[in-house]
Design a protein around this ligand. Sequence first.
Ligand code: GYE
Length: 325
Amino acid sequence: MIAVALVALVGCSKQSSDKAEQPSGGSTAAAPAAEKKLVVGFSQVGAESAWRTAETKSIQGEAAKRGVDLKFADAQGKQAQQIQALTSFIAQKVDAIVLAPVVETGWDAVLQQAKDANIPVILVDRGVKVSDDSLYTTLIASDFVEEGRMAAEWLAKKTNAKANIYELQGTTGSAPAIDRKKGFEEILAKNPDMKIVKSQSGDFTRAKGKEVMEAFIKSDGKNIQAVYAHNDDMALGAIQALEEAGMNPGKDVIVISVDAVKAAFEAMVAGKLNATVECNPLMGPLVFDTIDRVRKGEKLPKFIQNKDQLFEQANAAQVIGTREY
Ligand code: GYE
């Protein structure tokens, strides 16, 4: 009985596979769904920092590895260009959109268009403020408020909770600039002798960080005891400005920043940067795993958090060789 049933089964499957190989009625068979390349549009902020370049490389590298057709658009720091890129991705009917939004607000209309077209939008590294959270699928990022707290807590320990602090903010209106300031100030509120004396945007770039620091030095000089930069690039620019003014960053002026890029480790080993809070840009694998999950119909949390840690001079030399970005 079993043997007969088996023969029947084998016969059956043979027949059906034969059928599959022969397009019936002369019409061309559609390629099996599994062979269709996934098409993903990625709207990136720009290339303002080493962190961002590392993120771009990670996402592009992972797309290539998985055979994903990635449409990459660099917005050169402009929201209008990002909106344009998204509009074009929607018109091309991509399977998913990855967006690293330059600022928090102003996304409702274009995200609504993506939603109406049934295209999932994965936000990476920066969040948005929208009227309706269903306008995006999920956000993969660090907790920037927590990064700000970590920086301030470290600085409080280092300075015995007494310091004149000069702050270099990230891009105005961006989630990391807003939240890194917020978390930092939360801790300062408990430490009345730690004060932010001046605070200005250096737009997350080394050149602007240097420029703003030069102005701070010119007006306040020796009053500067600590620098809190919202990213490493601005801190590195500030360090250069301090050195050119004959000051000693890392010694007379304590410098702390966020990102933990390779150049920050080099500056810590050289004794010029005191500490950096890691913010992981190596998003590629997680981004495409997430897109796969969305396509399988899984319900995702609204926030997928990258965990960060703080590095300081004491462990920099030991860790530098293991850094991937
Ligand atoms: O910290 C900074 C960059 O959005 C988390 O943007 C990112 C930030 C990063 O340019 O270096």
